[in-house]
Design a protein. Sequence first.
Length: 255
Amino acid sequence: MSQATAPNGREELLQRLRAAAAASAAQGENWPLLLADLLGGVGATWQESAEVCADAAWQARSIGRSALLFLDPREITRHGDPTTRRALCHLYLNGLRYDFRCHSIEALFDTLTSPGRHELDCYTRALWAFSLLAQSHSSGYPLMEEVLAEADDHAKTLHVLLHGLWLAHGLSGREEAMLTILGGKAFADRVDPIALFREATAHRGLGQYAQALAAIDEAVEHLSPAAVNVHADFVRERSLITALHEMRHRPRASG
């Protein structure tokens, strides 16, 4: 399939690949290898690979078919086709990301030589930055800036960085960095519930409870009714915001 394919036709093609991976996962097959081969066959860009692999890894994990059950990290980098190899990396690293195995991601990148690191695509480097930021390592910031300079408004890549910042604890500048990313054109339409959820977290961390409450309420409005588990996370965030707000404004007992 040529990269000159019309956008609508290309998206339809990627949707068929998603459906094939979902069917394979449901049957307990090696769906990551199938999907990676399919993405290699259509010459997927790094952006297309990121979008398809992030969603597929999340959906498969939700039914107990995590990519980690099928992929050996020692074999991923040996695949001959670079597009297929990149897709396998996207799937495996997202499997680790969704399990919050940040140290495992960092350790995997530590095995790469300097030339190999420079050959990584933007999304893979975002997952590397995620592992550092999520562990509250300030060394993740320079890598994050490199990714931002290349990612432009690619939402899936930006979400990886936001996820890492969201998991960080006590990392200086965390909330400000989140709001800077969220203020870009990728989220300007304010219909992405996860982006709004991250915005609420950032405002809460800065003690801006009115803005935090507005953001989380907006997030709930845009969340799919099928996202039951995610909805529970949103409710917990709202409860935390309101509790902290009430604590701040509660009159102190005299004496």
